[in-house]
Structures are given as C-alpha cells and as structure tokens.
Unconditional design. Structure first.
Length: 460
C-alpha cells in the first residue's frame, strides 16, 4: 500500500471518527432538547387545565372536553391526551389515552403502549383530591431524530469520501519532494561512480535530512569499497612482489643445496662457504618478507590507529635497540627542549625511525669505521615537528637521492645484503603522517635526512 493511499485512508478514518462523535453529540442534544420542550408544554397544559377547571373535575371535563364548547385548548397540534384519577380509579379519560394502570405518583415518565412511546405528566390537583394525567406521543420526536440520522449519515458519507479525496491530493503534493528524492536515488544506483551524491535541497526539512542520511550511508559505502579495492590492490602487489623478489634468492638457495647434495666429498672450506651463502640468502628472504609485511600493514592503515603519544619516550624506545655492541655505534639524541605530545600511529613511526637508523648504521662508511656517528635531532614549533638523522658516512650519490626511496631499490655503493624496502617503508610512513622528506649531503660529509610532520593529524 502506497503512502498516498495510507494518507487518504487516515484522513477518511479521522473524518469518520469526528463525524461520528459530532453526530452522536448532536442527536443526543437534539433529543434532550425536544423532550425538555415536551415537558415544558405538558407543565403549561397542566397549569391551564387546572386553572380553567377551578379544581372541579366536572367543570374541567365540560369546559375542555365538551365537543360543543371546544375553546382554550392548549396545543391542539400536539394531540394531548387527558386522564383524571380519583381515589385510585379512572374518573375520566379521552378515548385514546394510553392503556396503562392508573397511578398517583406525580412527575413525568416515559412508557410504551402498543409499540408506541408516550410521555406522561402526572400532577395532583390544588383544589380537590384528584390527579390529572396529560400524555403526548413521542413518535414525532422519534421520526424527526430518524430523519436527522439519515441526513447526518448522508452528509457524513460525503464528508468521509471528500476527506479521502483531499487526503490523496494533499498526500500527492506533500510527497512530491519524496518522489524527487527517489528519482535522485535511482540515478545514483544506476551509476558505478560511488562519489555521486543526492542533492540536499529538496525543499522540505525532513526530506533534506533524509537525503543527508542517504549521503552519509553512500559515503560509508564508498569508503568501504575504497578500502576493499585498496586491500585487493595491496594483495595483488604483495603477490607480485613476492613472486618477483623471491625468484632470485630461491633459485640461489636451490643451486647451493643441489651442490651440497650432489657433491658429498667437497672440501670443508668450500662447504663452509656454501653454508654461509645459504645463511645470508635465508636472512635476505626473512628481511624481504618482513619488509613486505610492514608495507602491507602500512597500506591498510586507518585513522583509528592514531594516538596521542609522548614523542620523547617513543624515540628513546627505538634508539635503545641499538645500544648493544653488535652495532658499530650508538645513535646520539639531541632534543631542542621538551617535546610535545603528538598525534601519530606509534607502530608506523617506530618503523620509520628504525629503518632510518638501520640504514645509517649499516650503509654509512666513514674512514675509519670506528668513527661513525649517527645523530638524531628533533625540534618543533607551533604547527609542526621535525626529525633529522645525520651520519658522517660517505654519503649518497646525487642521482640516487630519489631512486632509493622506491621499492626494491638500493644505492649503487650498497654492499650490504638488503631487500631494498627500508627507505620505501620510510616514504610510506611519511605519506601516512602527512609529512615531507628531504635528503641532502651533510655540511662536512655524510647524509642528512630531514622529515617534517604536522603536530595535529586530521585524517590519513
């Protein structure tokens, strides 16, 4: 059932209820008014009869009921019926007075006789010991009430039908903005562009609110579709990178394992060399898989991962990993002053700092090695904070400054075994945190990497 039909039915039902209540009230008031008028007439007739009869039944009957006199009759059009009761017996009655037992109980009463209703008024004479009863039929009132009921029924039917038609028309006009909204929504469903939105100026506040709610739902659908698409692209990239990067180390592993299997009597030194190569290739595979895992994790980062953290504690936690003797030097921390609380993805920021430190400690080559220095400097102003990592190594060739930030790219002077993903992870985290990165040669020698971040992140 359409909404217009429901509005029409609701209008008809409401009108029917109102008409019914008004009709019952009107009929009740009309019947009460007519009966009150009859009672007033009977009281007036009683006073006139008793005054004219002077309290004597003979005079009363001769004066008012002698067909030869016929004067001073009160309301002859009402066909009043008279009966006189004396000592519990009927002493006089008009021929058509209702056939009911005589009574001396004064007052008015409604009785039924021969399927006809009568209103009877009984009053005691003020001059003699008799009771005067005046009766009138209420069939006239009943007939008028019946006619009035039929008229109300006819008018009420027209009113209900008119209310239904009016409700249909008003519903059509009121629902016009809703029809427009439905048409706009159908156009949205027919397009593959999830960025299309429904206009929010339909003309009525409620419809505009509904349009806003639909647009909010479309935004969530679009975000979900984009996240799904991103996840699919990330999965494809991950699979493609795995196939591309694992082919060479796996081939090398298989070749070395075949050599060991097919040459059982090779010298110990050659066998040790092959095992060392196998261990390095294994480490390369581990580094590659870990790098790909972190890249995939970064591709799926969302705003709910961001937290307000203490930047000083986070940086110190990362630097503490390089305090053991297995590293050529311990990075030095330089803070301008107390660092502010920042809104960042803690795991992502740790990945960024860790890869920058690892890259400096592994690939910087100062002469001699024991003089290697790696310095971390953090400064901030009202709107941003800056991370700088400087080493005194041999530096990075100018032509490699942009290339080394791509996936699976290594510097030309890089002799270390790596997956080529470290600085790609750095670039990814810079983008996630809406930062900028710059690489340049240090003042004396070495490399200086500067990254600038906003203090407050609004969205990824």
């Amino acid at each position: 059932m359409s909404l217009r039909v429901r509005i029409a039915f609701a209008s008809m039902i409401a009108t029917l209820i109102v008409v019914t209540i008004l009709s019952l009230t009107l009929l009740s008031l009309y019947e009460r008014s007519e009966r009150s008028a009859l009672n007033t007439t009977l009281e007036a007739a009683n006073i006139e009869f008793q005054r004219g009869g002077r309290g004597n039944t003979s005079i009363l009957t001769q004066r008012y009921f002698n067909p030869n006199i016929q004067k001073n009759i009160i309301r002859r059009d009402l066909a009043l019926k008279i009966r006189i009761v004396e000592n519990g017996k009927i002493s006089f009655a008009t021929y058509d007075f209702p056939d009911i037992p005589p009574t001396e109980n004064t007052g008015s009463s409604l009785v039924s006789n021969n399927e006809e209703n009568w209103l009877i008024l009984t009053r005691r004479s003020r001059f003699d010991d008799f009771f005067l009863q005046i009766a009138v039929s209420t069939s006239g009132i009943n007939s008028q009430i019946k006619d009035l009921q039929q008229l109300i029924l006819l008018l009420g039917s027209f009113a209900v039908i008119g209310a239904g038609v009016a409700g249909w028309c008003i519903g059509s006009v009121a629902m016009r903005p809703l029809f427009n909204l439905r048409r706009e929504a159908e156009q949205v469903t027919e397009t593959v562009d999830l960025s299309v939105r429904i206009p929010t100026s339909q003309g009525t506040k409620e419809i505009d609110q509904l349009a806003n709610s639909l647009n909010t739902m479309l935004e969530r659908i679009e975000d979900g579709a984009n996240e799904t698409q991103l996840a699919l692209e990330t999965s494809r990239d991950f699979a493609s990178n795995i196939v591309h990067e694992l082919r060479t180390p796996l081939t090398s592993l298989k070749m070395n394992l075949d050599i060991l299997q097919n040459n059982q009597d090779i010298p110990f030194d050659e066998k040790k060399q092959i095992l060392d190569e196998l261990q390095l290739e294994h480490q390369q595979l581990v580094n590659l898989l870990e790098g790909l895992r972190l890249l995939t994790r970064g591709n799926l980062a969302t705003a709910d991962l961001f937290q307000i953290v203490n930047l000083t504690e986070l940086v110190e936690e990362v630097v503490a990993r390089y305090t053991n003797s297995s590293w050529p030097t311990v990075p030095q921390l330089e803070f301008s002053d107390e660092l502010p609380q920042v809104n960042i993805w803690p795991e992502g920021m740790k990945i960024l700092i860790d890869n920058l430190l690892r890259n400096a400690l592994l690939h910087a080559k100062p002469p001699p090695q024991e003089h290697l220095e790696v310095i971390i400097t953090i400064t901030h102003d009202e709107n941003s904070w800056t991370l700088q990592i400087q080493d005194n190594g041999e530096g990075i060739a100018q032509e490699d400054h942009q290339r080394i930030f791509k996936r699976f790219e290594r510097g030309k002077t890089d002799a270390h075994l790596g997956a080529g993903l470290g600085l790609a992870l750095v670039t990814q985290q810079v983008d996630i945190h809406a930062g900028t990165i710059n690489i340049q040669d240090a003042i004396e020698h070495g490399t200086l990497i500067t990254i600038k971040f906003p203090l407050q992140m609004t969205e990824i």
